[in-house]
Design a protein around this ligand. Structure first.
Ligand SMILES: C[S@@+](CC[C@H](N)C(=O)[O-])C[C@H]1O[C@@H](n2cnc3c(N)ncnc32)[C@H](O)[C@@H]1O
Length: 369
């Protein structure tokens, strides 16, 4: 993707929505990881950091991360290291000046927060070097969240995501320009870059599909290669739509921990303008009625009853299914309702459970056929 933007540019509504997701996730993620007994430090890398602010003074993503630490009620006794990488020299210089404005606030906060950079370099090169150095020293790279907010689709090869996700407690939050891929699908000069992004040619199956089905296929296929080739356990994506409600890009979140996915789904749900399909649209009119009841406890009750009809499954299996295959996060109220209605039966051994409670994830449940 050619980058024709000036050093700083105007903030668009979908970017502001992306920033709200990021801030909301970091507000949850930093303290969870900082409290982890084994964490010596928590690492956040904004690998495509940008200039640090937008044309009308709105915060760029590095400032959003910095504020998530400085403004949080948590004390942060565990070191939070924020690393910023920006390849474009003018934007990198701008970012340095923006971060410089926070020097006094960082000191006054008395929190263990450290800013590394901005490093004016190619992030793939720097990240690969850093990962190799940690490996050579046999030091854990995680806990770490790597934000890969590229402009297009050609700067984040699947191999890089795989390399990061090999390490324990590492997560990736990345941008993929779905509209660009869709538009360039038939252009052979772009195929190598698309294959780098997908870690192979499997995306080419989209070429045989009717135009209308291509975008969904491309998103699902990326999700699938993140799991099969980059070894990610949980993947979730969010669609950003622009003017005329046209798809612009997807945000993909990769984690190997259920808690990470729960928090990211909560963060994404807050900016969802579609009532449960994890989508934000610039075309959304806040005055218009949104069918927020599309996803509800009732929906989940019906979905679980249908999906698991006649089957036995553990509470853990239900939790993972809800998280990975429905818009929801919470499920215990729904299980209680299903038990009250006689639609499920809890199988022995019950342990110490009271009727309507599901404290043990190993409890087995049988769904009525
Ligand atoms: C979408 S913008 C980042 C916006 C920023 N994350 C925010 O939300 O405020 C992408 C940035 O990545 C930079 N960039 C492009 N290729 C890069 C690379 N290989 N390594 C590091 N930065 C790169 C661009 O100069 C641009 O500033």
């Amino acid at each position: 993707m050619s980058d024709t933007l000036p050093t700083i540019w105007e903030l668009e509504p979908h970017t502001a929505a992306k920033h709200r997701i990021l801030r909301s996730y970091l507000d949850a993620w930093f303290p969870i990881l900082a409290r982890h007994p084994k964490a010596k430090r928590v690492l956040y890398v904004d690998a495509f950091a940008g200039p640090g602010e937008y044309k009308n003074g709105e915060d760029g993503s590095p400032v959003i991360a910095l504020k998530a630490v400085l403004e949080h009620s948590h004390k942060f006794d565990t070191l939070i290291r924020l690393v910023f990488v920006e390849q474009n020299q003018a934007r990198c210089d701008h970012l340095r000046a923006v971060i410089g404005r926070y020097a006094d606030k960082i000191k006054a906060a008395h929190k263990r927060v450290e800013v590394s950079g901005p490093h004016c370099d190619d992030c793939e090169k720097l990240l690969s070097k850093a990962l190799a150095a940690y490996e050579a020293k046999r030091q854990p790279f995680g806990p770490a969240l790597i934000f890969l907010d590229q402009f297009g689709y050609s700067d984040v090869p699947l191999a890089l995501v795989a390399n990061i996700m090999r390490y324990e407690q590492c997560e990736v939050f990345s941008y993929l320009h779905g509209d660009g891929i869709r538009r360039f699908l038939e252009d052979p000069s772009k195929h190598e870059a698309i294959s780098r992004a997908y870690g192979g040619d499997s995306w080419k199956a989209a070429l045989k599909l009717p135009l209308k089905q291509r975008v969904t296929f491309l998103a699902n296929e990326y999700q699938s290669v993140l799991k099969s080739k980059a070894g990610v356990k949980f993947v979730w994506h969010f669609a950003m739509h622009g003017e005329g409600d046209k798809l612009l890009y997807w945000l993909f979140f990769c984690t190997n921990h259920r808690r990470g996915l729960e928090e990211m789904k909560r963060a994404m749900a807050k900016v969802d303008t579609s009532g449960g399909s994890f989508k934000f649209s610039d075309a959304f009119d806040p005055g218009q009625l949104v069918l927020f009841d599309r996803f509800s406890d009732k929906w989940l009750e019906e979905h679980l009853s249908r999906h698991f009809a006649g089957k036995e499954i553990t509470v853990k299996g239900i939790a993972e299914h809800v998280l990975e295959h429905t818009p929801g996060v919470l499920y215990k109220t729904v299980l209680k309702k299903l038990e009250d209605d006689g639609a499920i039966e809890v199988l022995p051994p019950y342990g110490k459970r009271r009727r309507g409670s599901f404290p043990d994830e190993n409890l087995k449940i049988r769904f009525r056929s």
